[in-house]
Design a protein around this ligand. Structure first.
Ligand code: NAP
Ligand code: HSE
Length: 430
């Protein structure tokens, strides 16, 4: 390209500031890749007077979206403002004005990705969202390009930096849930409303995107079973340590016999599994493919510069496509009709903590109940009795979700069981 290309930013927060910094500080690398410079022409913000994390020419800022979306000089629009409705409206406007769009917005892509991809294609535009999952990890292209010839069977990962940070601090430093969450907010990992992080919704949105890319099916948010970390207790984390298990919020997506299963839940991972060593805000996604075997993508899952690096990789991709005249190819083209895996075909190990009456035969009644459902125990831990009650911790062998749910219901009715205190999925060869 002869002249510099112009990008317009929607948003100048954590990620937008990183984009500005990369454009300024890595111009040489961009020129080398593209043969021309990249400049930021306009930046949409809400508040012109707000103090910014970076130095920026005040004339670039605007509160009028038309200055970006109807700006004939702008080739690529980068949406890093977040939210769903306004972001969707602006992206549709940009695409219809034949501008390529890059977004880091997993909420939007999980909810409206197929619609936006269609409009992008109709307008010959690129719509890329590498930064929407795994922050700076080149994950989506890793799946869609690197593993293009393979059949992916399972994706299992830590895809939310905030919850991984909280669980790491609770596990390794004994911090309280509240303190660790506050620090994650200060560090800029957490969403504006961190409920989406801690209740697993952010991870669920990312798993929707990963499942679509991995299995070529239009998975939707309602297809994902979601449990967050707000009820994870220090007690269970401590028992986990005794059993060589580490608590992580894990997203799963698997395909078997053309049936898809997607979930997000706090999970005990065996300490020997590579995901157990992924700490703080780091993310990692462990992918099993028919031919590639097992492979892991690891890196900073959030934060200004890592996320902006992924955004800029999309910008460069769109600009390279412009040079080649090949924009508008859909990132993911669905091929399969969606069919969800029923509960009797979903298997895993489970951890279970029970408060039981400290009396003869109590454990025998519990193990009878599990026997009848065909669930056997791999490990058992019993704490000394505290007055009338003892705590029993069990790790089962592989069992179907259907049978485990039945066991939970029946346990509630057993006289010897005072309460089911907690239960978690266990992965990674406990
Ligand atoms: P942020 O720090 O809250 O920044 C949002 C920016 O957008 C602010 O500059 C804000 O303007 C602007 N904005 C919001 N709504 C607007 C509106 N209606 N009109 C005009 N401007 C508006 O958010 P962020 O952390 O950078 O996240 C941006 C996106 O990236 C989100 O979709 C997020 O999920 C995603 N993401 C973030 C990370 C991360 O580590 N933070 C990682 C991966 C993906 P003012 O500054 O004037 O208020
Ligand atoms: N709130 C998100 C996280 C930001 O903690 O992972 C990155 O998507």
């Amino acid at each position: 390209m002869e002249k510099d290309v112009s990008i317009g930013l929607l948003g100048l927060g954590v990620v937008g500031s990183g984009v500005i910094q990369i454009v300024e500080e890595h111009q040489e690398e961009l020129v080398h890749q593209l043969g021309c410079g990249v400049k930021v022409d306009k930046v949409l913000v809400r508040d012109m007077e707000k103090a910014r994390q970076i130095e920026i020419n005040h004339d670039l800022l605007t509160t009028n979206s038309d200055d970006v979306l109807a700006n004939a000089d702008i080739d690529v629009v980068v949406e890093v403002m977040g939210g769903v409705d306004t972001a969707r409206k602006y992206i549709l406007e940009a695409l219809k004005a034949k501008k390529h769009v890059i977004t880091a917005n997993k909420d939007l892509i999980a909810l409206h990705g197929p619609e936006l991809e269609k409009v992008a294609q109709e307008n010959g535009c690129d719509l890329f969202y590498e930064a929407s999952v795994g922050g700076g990890i080149p994950l989506l292209r890793g799946l869609s390009d690197g593993l293009v010839s393979d059949r992916i069977q399972q994706v299992m990962g830590i895809v939310n930096g905030t919850t991984n940070y909280i669980l790491t601090k609770m596990d390794k430093e004994g911090q309280s849930y509240e303190d660790a969450l506050q620090k994650a907010q200060e560090l800029g990992f957490a969403e504006a409303d961190p409920t989406a992080d801690v209740e697993g919704l952010d991870a669920a949105r990312k798993m929707v995107i990963l499942a679509r890319l991995s299995f070529f099916t239009n998975v939707e948010l309602d297809d994902v079973d979601v449990v967050g970390i707000s009820n994870v207790s220090a007690t269970d984390i401590d028992y986990g340590k005794k059993l060589d298990l580490t608590m992580k919020l894990i997203g799963f997506a698997s395909r078997q016999d053309n049936q898809i299963d997607v979930s997000v839940e706090p999970t005990f991972i065996s300490k020997t599994h590579p995901l157990a060593a992924v700490n703080n805000e780091y993310n990692a996604v462990y992918v099993s493919g028919e031919n590639v075997g097992e492979t892991m993508f690891y890196g900073a899952g959030a934060g200004s510069l890592p996320t902006a690096t992924a955004v800029m990789s999309d910008v460069v991709e769109a600009l390279k496509n412009m040079l080649l005249g090949v924009n508008g190819k859909q990132f993911v083209v669905p091929r399969f009709k969606k069919e969800l895996t029923p509960a009797d075909k979903r298997f895993s190990q489970f951890y279970l903590r029970l408060k039981v009456k400290d009396e003869t035969g109590a454990f025998a009644s519990i193990s009878d109940l599990f026997n009848q459902l065909g669930i056997s125990f791999e490990r058992i831990l019993q704490t000394p009795s505290n007055g009338d009650f003892a705590e029993v911790i069990v790790v089962t062998h592989q069992a179907s979700s259907e049978n485990f749910v039945k066991a939970m219901k029946q346990l509630d009715q057993l006289d010897v069981v005072e309460s089911v205190e907690s239960h978690y999925r266990v992965e990674g060869d406990a």
